[in-house]
Every structure is written in C-alpha cells, then in structure tokens.
Design a protein around this ligand. Sequence first.
Ligand SMILES: NC(=O)c1ccc[n+]([C@@H]2O[C@H](COP(=O)([O-])OP(=O)(O)OC[C@H]3O[C@@H](n4cnc5c(N)ncnc54)[C@H](OP(=O)(O)O)[C@@H]3O)[C@@H](O)[C@H]2O)c1
Length: 265
Amino acid sequence: MNPAADLPRTVLITGASAGIGKALAHEFACHEFDVVLVARRGDKLQQLEAEIKQQYGQMAYPLVEDLADPDSPQRIHDWCRQQGLTVDALVNNAGYALHSDFVATEWNTHRDFIQVMMTSLVHLCHLFAPAMQDRGYGRIINLASIAAWSPQLKGNLYGAAKSFVLDFSQALDLELRPHGIHCTALCPGFTFSEFHDVMGTRGSVSKLPRFLWMTAEEVAREGFEAVMEGKPVHVTGRLNQGLSQVMAALPASLKHYLAKQQKLM
Ligand SMILES: NC(=O)c1ccc[n+]([C@@H]2O[C@H](COP(=O)([O-])OP(=O)(O)OC[C@H]3O[C@@H](n4cnc5c(N)ncnc54)[C@H](OP(=O)(O)O)[C@@H]3O)[C@@H](O)[C@H]2O)c1
C-alpha cells in the first residue's frame, strides 16, 4: 500500500452484482476500501451495499449501468466526480460469453459483446487512469481468463476478447508502473459463478470434476494480492497456472488441431 494515499480508499468494480465481481467487492471492503458497485441489476447491488456496510463498515455506492451502452463509461466517471469520489482502484470485471456460431449470431449481439468485453474496459481505464497518475497511486485489475491461451472455440469471440485484455493490460502496466499504478490481468479458469448459467453451458460444465473449479472468493483473494504485489499477469490456482503454461507453449498448429476436437462447449 502507498503510505501517502489518503484514507478512505475507493475501488470501482464493474459486474459487482454476482460471481467474481461480488467476491472482489467483499475482498476490497475487508481491506478498508469503499466500493462503487456497477452492474445492471440494481436489486443485487443494493443487497451487496447492505452487506458491505454491515460486515465491514465501509461505504458502498450502487450504480446501475449497462456497459453495452457506449456512453456508459463516461456517465460512470461523471457520476463519481459528482459524488466527490476519488477512484484509487478500478476493477474491470463485467463479462459474459456467447454460446452461438459467429455467422448465425446477430451483429447487434456481437457489437454489444465487443463493447462490454473490450471497449468499455479500455474506456474506463482511459477515464480513471489520469487522476491515478496525478496522485501517484492506482490499482487496476482487468479480468482476462485462461481462455486467452486456450484453443479457440468455433466462431467464438470470447477467447479473442480475453487475449486482447491480457495483452492490453500488460502494455498498460508498462506505461503506468512508473507513476505508481499497477495493472494486473487476472486470469481465472473454471470458477463457480453465474457465468455458465448466463452462457447456457451449465449442463455440460457441471459434469467436469470438482478439482478443476475454484470459488469466486478464492479468485478474488488471489486477484487482490496480485495487484497489490504488482503482478502484471496472475493466473489463479496452481492447476490453471500449469495449464496456461502448457497452452502458451503449444505450437499454433497443435492448438488448431485441439480446437477442432473440442466438443465440451
Ligand atoms: N466463471 C468463470 O469460469 C470465469 C473464468 C474466467 C474468466 N471469467 C471472467 O470473470 C468475469 C466475471 O465473470 P463471473 O464468472 O463472475 O460471471 P457472472 O457471475 O455471470 O457475473 C458477471 C457480472 O457481469 C455483469 N455484467 C454482464 N453484462 C453486463 C453489462 N452489459 N453491463 C454491466 N454489467 C454487466 C453482471 O451483472 P448484471 O447481470 O447485473 O448486469 C455480473 O455482475 C468475466 O469477465 C468473465 O469473463 C469467468
């Protein structure tokens, strides 16, 4: 922690209404951060607001926004300024996956996906990083995935989006580190959350053995530690660390072959 940073510190977390984002809100609050909670479901955010206040005595601010709206990042930034909130940490966590073929999927669906998974994430970094730079302190976590290294799924943008987040986050860390800002690409593997329900793959992934899975709380704990330690990339769990190293070392031709064999999703 930066001893010069004024207390209280504030973190803004997108996708805080469920899963890893919700767990990260608890993790930051238990380390004395106030939390700005962004997602579309206001009832879930209000519930979390009450939990945070009650369990940790920290301030929590629910903010209903749809990150598929290109104006949303600017509105979030303006709202924080109007509330007089100084955002010291930013967690770009909101995300989902599509479970459909590329060509068969409406363009508007792809457009929204790209907006949520990449454009809004980059825009929020661009909006909040300058003030962090001025203060000489900032922490940014961008949710990537071990899917950034895995063989691609047929016609699916998810792995490509996560590869982008992985590369962008490392580049941003290089630029911001001299200004006291750490940026971490957090790369979970299979994690218990609403993710597979939203994607519609709960039936198939629930057949996978328990040892492949982590809890959202475990992912959040590792993510918090990683960004505070200044790791540009952190893969959660030893098994996922081993898997990502193997996948990163595979020749492209073998990855393509493996991708063609995939039936899981
Ligand atoms: N679970 C996994 O196995 C896994 C593995 C690797 C990486 N990840 C990544 O981890 C991140 C969190 O996923 P999760 O597993 O916690 O999934 P989750 O339980 O489904 O949570 C996703 C969160 O994103 C929010 N969200 C989705 N679309 C949004 C939009 N248009 N605007 C604002 N918020 C939106 C959802 O809130 P609302 O619905 O209330 O808007 C929810 O809070 C994602 O980036 C995902 O790609 C997950």
